[in-house]
Write a protein that binds this ligand. Structure first.
Ligand SMILES: Cc1cc2nc3c(=O)[nH]c(=O)nc-3n(C[C@H](O)[C@H](O)[C@H](O)COP(=O)(O)O)c2cc1C
Ligand SMILES: [Fe+2]
Ligand SMILES: [Fe+2]
Length: 407
C-alpha cells in the first residue's frame, strides 16, 4: 500500500506520518498483528516545525509528504520527543534537506541523536517549563522521562491545544483512516502496546499523566497508531489504570514455577516444590512447562509474579534454549528485587543451578540462598528436600510481602 495522504488535525497542523501495515514484529520480540504507523506532524506556523520523523526505510514516502506540505529547506525546527529510530530514523535525511533546522529535544535526546546521526547539527535542549516561539504559535515542553527511553518529553502546542506524546498513548495499529473515531475498535492493540512497551515504566507514566492534567487538550497526537482526536481521555484513563495496576503488582501474591524437562525428572521436582510452597503460604502457584511457551506469554507470567523458581536439567554442561529465553523475558526495570531460585535434575556435572542463579543475579533479581539439585531421578529424600525448599521459599516470600505492605 502506498499512502500519499496528508491528514488535517487543525487548520495549521497535519499528520504526515507513514503506514507500515506489513510489520510482523516490533523491536525483535513484539508481535504486531495489526502492523503499525510512524506518526510525524507538520506545524505550519510562521516558523515551520516538524514533530518526530519516521523509520528510515520510509524516507521516499515521507519526503514526498513533506514536499507536499512545505519546501523542506524552510523547516526551522525538528522536535524530537523520543529518539528510538522508529521515530528518529529519518532525522539524518531530514537534516540533509533542511540544513538550517534546529533539532529540539531533551538533553538525553540530543546526546543520543549525535551518536545516531554521527555528525553535529544545530540543537536546542529543552526541559519542563521551556517554551519555543514559532512566531504565531508557541510550543511548551514537558519532561516525561522513560516513556519509553530516558530521553522522552511531551510537546504541547498551546494555540491548537495539541499534545504530542510519541510512544505514550500510542499503539501498534495500522488503519488508513488514522483518526480514533474512524478506525474501529483498537483497544486490544492499545492494551497490548501498553503491556509490551510502557508497563515497566508505569511509575513514569503516572507522573507524566499528572503533569498533563492541567492542559485543556483538544487532541493527543501519539507516535504510533490512531490520532486521539475524540477519545483521548479514555486512553489516558486506561494508561493510568494499567500503570497503577502494574505498580500494585509487586504485592501480588503469585509465585511462578517454570521449567523444562527431557525425562520428567525436573518435572517431578517442580511439583514437589509447589507442594511445599502451598503448604506454607496462600500465594497463587503458577506452575508451567515452558518448552513450547510463546515469548509474550512467558513475559506476561514473569511480569505478574512476585517470585520465581526456574528449573532446568543440565544438558551438555549447559541449560536449555527455553531457559535462556526466560532470561530474555525478565525485565530488570520491572522485575528488579523479585525473589528467584533454581532447581533441576542432572547426571554428573550439574551446571544448571549456577547458570540460572548467575543470570538471575545479573538481571537484578534477589537470588534465594537455597536451590534443589537432584542426581537423575528424584526419590523420597529428594522429595522431602523439595518440600522443605518450597516452605523456606514461601517463608521468605511472606516476609518480603509483609515488608512491601508496610512501606
Ligand atoms: C544429551 C544429554 C546431555 C547431558 N549432559 C549432561 C551434562 O553435561 N551434565 C550433567 O550433569 N548431566 C547431563 N545429562 C544428564 C541429565 O541432566 C539427566 O538425565 C537429568 O536427569 C535430565 O533431567 P530431566 O528428566 O528433567 O530432563 C545429559 C543428558 C542428556 C540427555
Ligand atoms: Fe520507543
Ligand atoms: Fe515508538
Amino acid at each position: 500500500m502506498t499512502d500519499e495522504r496528508i491528514l488535517p488535525i487543525t487548520d495549521d497542523v497535519s499528520w504526515i506520518g507513514v503506514l507500515d501495515p506489513g510489520l510482523i514484529t516490533f523491536d525483535i520480540v513484539m508481535e504486531t498483528k495489526y502492523g503499525t504507523t510512524y506518526n510525524s506532524y507538520f506545524i505550519n506556523a510562521e516558523k515551520k516545525a516538524v514533530i518526530e520523523t519516521t523509520k528510515e526505510k520510509f524516507w521516499p514516502t515521507y519526503l514526498s509528504k513533506l514536499k507536499h506540505v512545505t519546501d523542506p529547506s524552510e523547516i526551522q525546527y525538528i522536535i524530537v520527543d523520543h529518539t528510538e529510530p522508529d521515530h528518529s530514523g529519518n532525522i539524518r535525511n531530514l537534516l540533509a534537506v533542511a540544513p538550517d533546522a534546529t533539532v529540539v529535544g531533551s538533553g538525553n535526546a540530543i546526546k543520543f541523536l549525535r551518536d545516531q546521526t554521527g555528525h553535529d547539527f544545530k540543537s536546542l535542549v529543552v526541559k519542563s517549563g521551556d517554551t519555543l516561539d514559532l512566531g504565531n504559535k508557541t510550543l511548551h515542553f514537558i519532561n516525561a522521562p522513560n516513556l519509553h527511553w530516558p530521553d522522552s518529553i511531551y510537546t504541547w502546542l498551546e494555540e491548537d491545544r495539541l499534545l504530542f506524546t510519541c510512544d505514550s498513548f500510542g499503539c501498534h495499529f495500522c488503519h488508513e483512516a488514522m483518526y480514533d473515531d474512524a478506525v474501529g475498535d483498537f483497544d486490544d492493540a492499545f492494551t497490548y502496546y501498553f503491556d509490551a512497551i510502557l508497563r515497566p515504566f508505569s511509575k513514569y507514566m503516572l507522573q507524566a499523566i499528572e503533569k498533563i492534567k492541567p492542559l485543556d487538550i483538544r487532541c493527543i497526537c501519539p507516535g504510533h497508531g490512531p490520532i486521539l482526536r475524540s477519545n483521548w481521555q479514555k486512553y489516558v484513563d486506561l494508561s493510568a489504570k494499567y500503570a497503577s495496576r502494574a505498580i500494585a503488582m509487586p504485592n501480588e501474591k503469585r509465585i511462578l514455577i517454570a521449567y523444562v524437562s527431557a525425562y520428567e525428572n525436573t518435572t517431578l521436582l517442580a511439583h514437589k516444590i509447589a507442594e511445599g510452597l502451598s503448604q506454607s503460604c496462600d500465594f497463587l502457584i503458577d506452575i508451567c512447562d515452558i518448552e513450547s511457551m510463546h515469548f509474550s506469554k512467558l513475559e506476561d507470567k514473569i511480569a505478574h509474579c512476585s517470585g520465581m523458581i526456574l528449573g532446568s536439567p543440565t544438558l551438555n554442561q549447559n541449560i536449555l534454549p527455553q531457559i535462556y529465553q526466560f532470561f530474555a523475558a525478565v525485565n530488570p526495570i520491572r522485575d528488579k528485587g523479585k525473589l528467584a531460585a533454581a532447581f533441576g535434575s542432572y547426571g554428573w556435572s550439574g551446571e544448571a543451578s549456577r547458570m540460572i542463579e548467575t543470570n538471575f543475579s545479573l538481571l537484578k533479581l534477589r537470588v534465594f540462598d537455597q536451590n534443589v539439585m537432584v542426581k537423575f531421578k528424584p526419590h523420597e529424600p529428594d522429595f522431602e528436600r523439595c518440600i522443605s525448599f518450597g516452605k523456606a521459599f514461601a517463608d521468605r516470600m511472606i516476609e518480603m510481602y509483609q515488608l512491601s505492605c508496610n512501606l
